[in-house]
Design a protein around this ligand. Structure first.
Ligand code: GAP
Length: 439
């Protein structure tokens, strides 16, 4: 399928089925902003939940925080963002459009002119004012990355969590960047969600942990359903490294328009802790009781985009196939990130089956994200669930009233088995645990 056709199909499905809508649509939309509908909100929560579970909850060496989005502008001065967090901006003298110089190869994508201004540095942080007076003293910035929240809380967390390097502090949440050229759906937006972890290590262990984290993070995408051949690692050349980084590797995904970054894993050295120590005057070191020496840990940072990852999961999962000579669209989403995990479908509405189905919904929704649907033919209901990636459907029919069993239908193979209602939860759980992607 052509790249633009695939993207059009995904964008259209996302809107039609309630994953992602253009924001403020009733006002004609608003500059590459998006709202997540019922299914999109559920899926985004699952993506973030899976990241949090693997990166924080299932590890003894990582703790989580939630830092504020608005905070002291001194953070961004010390971190170097006020000076360095810029993109090269050029104006087209013919049509007056603005572009990122490194995105356009010297030719205006709008009118084809090569009459462009010299590139100038454009700071991407959103500025606002805190309090009723709009003067220099009240300027604040919306955070462009969640990472700084971990650095400025390093001493607090060290003290309260009693962790010692190697250990990490993680956070998920919104970040904001005044991108010059947002686009490709939710790939690049001005408001987006990040999932970041700062892993503090003894400096001599930095190289080892750098490799450990990029391998671990790559495996996370594969374990959540992206085929390995749609992912690759790309090491940054020295001249493209961020101002804080000694080494960076990107995990890239094969988007319909080509390879694009999903996540960056960087060795930020001791740059941030040292910068904040100098600027704040507060010691941000670790005292090692075994050597009686203090040192500034190095930081390995896996920095992922939650909204961008969700889009990659949608693209990787999209397929069209045929069932019984009928075309269908399937999202082969991993059960852990599917917005609906189990759909409960009584064969007939306004029948005794409804009560059984409602009670199954009540039982299963304690363990799984469930949907209940009694409208239209069963075939159409299966198609609808396939299209939103629901891994299994539970169908309640008239036999269910006799044998206390239901039909469990698998999305990928469309095969059906009969299962006792009392065995449903463990049967579905074990299917999900042994799930392997078919895309
Ligand atoms: N703390 C390091 C940092 O923020 P980054 O590579 O600039 O590194 C990390 O951002 C991830 O955040 C990216 O790999 C991407 O997934 C996501 N991201 C960055 N800018 C984005 C944008 N404008 N829209 C959507 N996601 C974005």
């Amino acid at each position: 399928m052509a790249a633009t056709e695939l993207m059009e199909k995904i964008v259209s499905l996302a809107k039609r089925r309630g994953f992602i809508y253009p924001s403020a649509e009733i006002y004609g939309g608003f500059r590459s902003t998006y709202d997540y509908g019922p299914l999109g909100a559920a899926m985004l929560r699952n993506v973030k939940g899976s990241w949090w579970r693997e990166t924080v909850e299932r590890r003894r060496d990582v703790v989580g925080i939630e830092a504020s989005i608005l905070s002291s502008p001194r953070i961004w001065e010390a971190s170097g963002h006020l000076k360095n967090f810029t993109d090269p901006l050029v104006d087209c003298r013919s049509c007056k459009e603005r572009w990122r110089a490194d995105h356009i190869d010297g030719v205006c994508p709008n009118c084809g002119s090569t009459d462009l201004t010299e590139a100038r540095a454009f700071n991407m942080m959103f500025r606002t004012f805190v309090g009723p007076v709009e003067d220099d003293a009240s300027v604040a910035y919306l955070r462009p990355e969640t990472a700084q929240g971990m650095f400025v809380n390093f001493a607090n967390v060290l003290q309260t969590s009693r962790k010692k390097p190697p250990f990490g502090i993680a956070q998920m949440g919104k970040s904001f960047r005044n991108e010059i050229t947002p686009g490709n759906f939710v790939f690049r937006t001005r408001e987006f969600e990040q999932m970041e972890m700062e892993f503090f290590v003894p400096p001599e262990e930095a190289a080892k942990w750098f490799q450990y984290w990029y391998e671990t993070r790559l495996a996370w995408y594969v374990n959540h359903g992206i085929a390995p051949e749609m992912l690759r690692l790309r090491h940054h050349d020295p001249d493209e490294l961020s101002h804080y980084s000694a080494a960076t590797v990107d995990i890239e995904f094969l988007f319909p328009w080509g390879w694009g970054e999903l996540e960056g894993i960087a060795n930020r050295t001791d740059f941030d802790l040292k910068a904040h120590q100098v600027a704040s005057g507060v010691k941000l070191e670790y005292f090692d009781p075994t050597t009686n020496m203090s040192y500034t840990p190095f930081v390995i940072e896996p920095a992922a985009g939650a909204t961008r990852a969700m889009m990659a999961f949608l693209i990787a999962a999209y397929r069209e196939d045929e069932v019984g000579n009928e075309a269908r669209v399937v999202l082969g989403l991993h059960p852990r990130i599917a917005p609906v995990q189990v759909a409960i479908l009584p064969l007939m509405k306004k029948s005794p089956l409804v009560e059984v189905a409602a009670s199954i919904f009540d039982d299963l929704s304690e363990f799984f994200l469930c949907d209940y649907d009694e409208t239209q033919s069963i075939g159409r209901r299966y198609r609808r669930q396939d299209e939103i990636g629901t891994p299994v459907c539970v169908t309640v029919d008239y036999d269910s009233l006799e044998d206390a069993s239901v039909t469990l239908r698998d999305r990928d193979s469309t095969s059906q088995i009969r299962v006792k209602i009392s065995d449903l939860a463990p049967t579905i759980s074990s299917q999900f645990e042994s799930y392997s992607p078919k895309v």
